[in-house]
Design a protein around this ligand. Structure first.
Ligand code: GLN
Ligand code: ZN
Length: 750
């Protein structure tokens, strides 16, 4: 059997791309130096795959920021306001990704959204009326040639036109249908060009095929590919991932694809589909090796699955990852601290290459070792936690009294002005903050000094917010490296890697903790910090300081989960732990508690018919469980960001928080209409400016945003805040932005 990898991590084994890009943004290296780093990283990735014996290796899976943005460039989908900056190609690319502010111009970044059910974010393509589709495949060509120069024949990987168009925004008078034919022509040309470079295969990624499809969608796909495949001279692999293609399987088989890539890991229906139809002269790229987990594959199970697949497919079968390996860390080799007895269960991107080869070659020695790994239980069960979960009653998931009554009680309790202002939690994580934390971790900073330093930071942060005039304060999160890792470190059942970084967006990577065993809380986690912060505020403004927690669904979704118990069980374990923390904060006099659920939407099944049974039916109750024990006076906030949450707006209301803040500034406030249409009950703070960009929003801009919000949301329910935490921002721009935010709030109140 041949082996195939859909895509490989591009940040590098030690996040070299991140560091080089950030240096470039800071003007410390040149574009050419950045390009040189990128070339080196690509070379390493190709050679690693080649040496592992992978047959189908991708080129053009690299990106300086995001492959959707690369596709926008490949097709010339560049809105006029970015073209008008007259920057180099690379800088135009970064302007679209990150915004741009200088004397040459001032533009915000394009919106960013979560990529299907992952924590990777793509830049949403924008078609304005100036867009005239023109193929520019220099990136694909250069990277293909580069690989070839290293002796690696690659398949040229591109995101497909159907997925690209389906995820795009159309802001002018022209709509999708006005661009589809020319888009198809561009891909057709790309196929011809790739052939002329010497490529044998092109891999066209169409993950949007795993979403629900309407008849119109089906017609669009078919119209596009009729043009693209006409007289093709190159082999085409139509690659899907993140689920099954249940709405379109039969039709897919009718196209002249030389390869079809299907996901047998997340695609629950894929095997059943296979039994309904097959295709001769077409290679099935069977995605049986999970591209998202960190666990070793169970060879016995997978090879049994492969046998079933082979007996149902008439053509050749190649063994593939289920999605790009972009979603897993680079290599287990970078882990020096974890015990061998733990590491032996892990397989990251590099190790997954070996697994592919072992499986394809039926390597008996490897099979025997693998079998031994799965013969014994990995961890012992904690019966105490199990019985707590088994004894949960319906009432444990319902907060009393009902929302409206609480809202009235809280209005009296807090006496906040109209349009209360607040922030999402973190303040800039300056160099000294990081140094203090890492020194404490290494043991070079004593516990006492560590605490003292953070207290000083908190006191300054409270004073700063008081000076700026914010209404509900935060302590600033200086003790946290990451909103999930921090809680993981303080919960039993979690373990941590040193270097298991995964790209989240652009240059930003996350290092998800690993749920290793049953989860429980050892000791109070945030209480001392929050108490201290409130005591600072009590000396002056007496304003409430929000307690700041991460919710159970987000903790789980941003961890590498166990695969030996259900997600529901893991979520309830974490919920019980965070519930204890909420009740302790309340006891310590904290009157407002924010429970972030930034990642709630992330694991929502891609098919509507699976939403409730597979996810919402436990995810929303897990959140309810966390705060149902609170007093009516205690105000519960939650926060969400960067996802299309309009479809689950009702479920978000059912989380029964008192206030929700969320990202809105980069999505043109489209969520406001949905809030109105659904009679959203929870008070809301739609972010008024984008925190992923260093640009400072003007007072006028914020006033305009709020004025627009007021037309959709009753003013008694409207909060004013940035759209996410400020930890990645610099201090100067943060202070300037927040001053403008408060000034804008005052202006609107007047
Ligand atoms: N409270 C967190 C912060 O401000 C929330 C971060 C997030 O939503 N991603 O950093
Ligand atoms: Zn956020």
């Amino acid at each position: 059997m041949k082996t195939s990898v859909i895509g490989f991590p591009r940040v590098g084994a030690n996040r070299e791309l991140k560091f080089a890009s950030e240096k470039y943004f800071a003007g410390k290296i040149t574009a050419e130096e950045l390009q040189a780093t990128a070339r080196e990283l690509r070379k390493n990735a190709w050679l690693l795959q080649k040496n592992a014996g992978i047959d189908f290796i991708s080129s053009n899976d690299f990106s300086f920021y995001d492959n959707m943005l690369d596709t926008s460039f490949m097709l010339g989908v560049i809105p006029q306001r970015y073209k008008a900056l007259c920057l180099s190609k690379l800088d135009t690319f970064f302007a679209m990704a990150r915004g741009y502010q200088s004397d040459k111009g001032d533009v915000t970044a394009l919106p960013m959204k979560k990529w299907f059910n992952t924590n990777y974010h793509y830049i949403v393509p924008e078609f304005d009326d100036s867009v005239d589709i023109q193929l520019d495949d220099t990136k694909a060509q250069e990277e293909y040639n580069e690989a070839k120069a290293h002796g690696v024949q690659t398949k040229v990987d591109v995101i497909g036109p159907y997925t690209f168009l389906k995820l795009s925004h159309f802001t002018g008078s022209k709509q999708l249908k006005d661009f589809s034919a020319k888009t198809a022509e561009a891909y057709k040309q790309l196929l011809a060009n790739a052939k002329s470079w010497g490529a044998e295969w092109i891999q066209i990624d169409e993950p949007a095929l795993v979403l629900d499809m309407t008849d119109e969608d089906k017609a669009l796909f078919s119209d596009l590919y009729k043009i693209i495949l006409e007289n093709k001279q190159i082999k085409v692999l139509l690659q899907t991932y993140f689920g099954d293609v249940r709405d379109y399987y039969k039709e897919l088989l009718s196209f002249d694809f030389d390869g079809i890539g299907l996901d047998f890991v997340e695609g629950k229906e894929t095997l059943n589909l296979l039994k309904t139809g097959t295709k001769e002269n077409c290679t099935l790229f069977a995605g049986v090796l999970c591209g998202k987990n960190i666990w070793k594959n169970n060879y016995a199970k997978t090879s049994a699955l492969l046998e079933t697949i082979q007996s149902n497919w008439k053509g050749e079968v190649a063994i593939s990852t289920s999605c790009s390996l972009l979603h897993v860390p680079y290599t287990v080799k970078n882990e020096q601290k974890l015990d061998q007895n733990i590491l032996k269960y892990f397989a990251f991107a590099e190790e997954k290459l070996t697994e592919l080869s072992d499986l394809a070659a039926n390597n008996q020695k490897a099979f025997a070792e693998n079998k031994a790994l799965f013969e014994t239980e990995r961890v012992a069960k904690n019966s105490d936690i199990a019985s707590k979960i088994a004894n949960l009653k319906k009432e444990d998931f319902v907060r009393q009294p009902a929302f409206a009554e609480r809202e009235a009680i809280q209005k009296k309790e807090f006496q906040l002005p109209l349009f209360p202002t607040t922030t999402i939690g973190s303040f800039p994580q300056t160099q000294d903050v990081r140094a203090n934390r890492s020194g404490f971790k290494k043991g070079t900073v004593s516990k006492e000094d560590y605490v003292k330093f953070n207290q000083k930071k908190i006191a300054e942060c409270i004073a700063l917010q008081e000076e700026i005039g914010l209404d509900v304060l935060v302590h600033g999160e200086f003790e946290r490296n990451d909103m999930v890792e921090y809680f993981g470190e303080n919960l039993d059942g979690y373990i941590f890697t040193q270097n298991a970084w995964v790209q989240s967006y652009g240059t930003r990577c996350v290092k998800p903790p690993v749920v290793w065993g049953d989860v429980s809380r050892r000791n109070p986690i945030t209480v001392e910090w929050s108490k201290f912060a409130q005591s600072c505020a009590d000396k002056n403004s007496k304003k409430p300081v929000k307690g700041m927690l991460t919710g159970p669904v987000t903790i789980l979704n941003w961890s590498f989960p166990r695969e030996d118990i259900s997600l529901k069980e893991s979520a309830y374990q974490i919920a019980l732990a965070i519930r204890e923390e909420v009740l302790d904060l309340e006891k310590a006099g904290i009157r407002i508690i924010q429970i972030d659920e930034a990642a709630l939407k992330e694991k929502l099944p891609l098919r509507k018919e699976d939403w409730h049974s597979e996810y919402l039916d436990w995810a929303i109750p897990a959140f309810n469980l966390v705060h149902s024990g609170c007093k009516p006076q205690t105000q519960i906030h939650t926060h969400m960001c960067y996802s299309e949450f309009i479809p689950i707006i009702k479920n978000i209301d059912d989380m029964d928080a008192d206030v929700i803040t969320f990202e809105a500034s980069r999505s043109n406030l489209e969520i406001l209409k949905a809030l109105k249409d659904n009679n959203f009950r929870t008070e809301v703070g739609p972010g008024v400016y984008d925190i992923h960009s260093p640009r400072v929003p003007s007072v006028e801009e914020i006033v305009n945003a709020v004025e627009k919000m007021k037309t959709y949301i009753p003013q008694s329910k409207l909060w004013i805040n940035p759209d996410c935490g400020l930890k990645t921002r610099g201090e100067t721009e943060t202070v300037a932005s927040l001053k403008n935010l408060v000034a804008a709030a005052k202006q609107v109140r007047n």
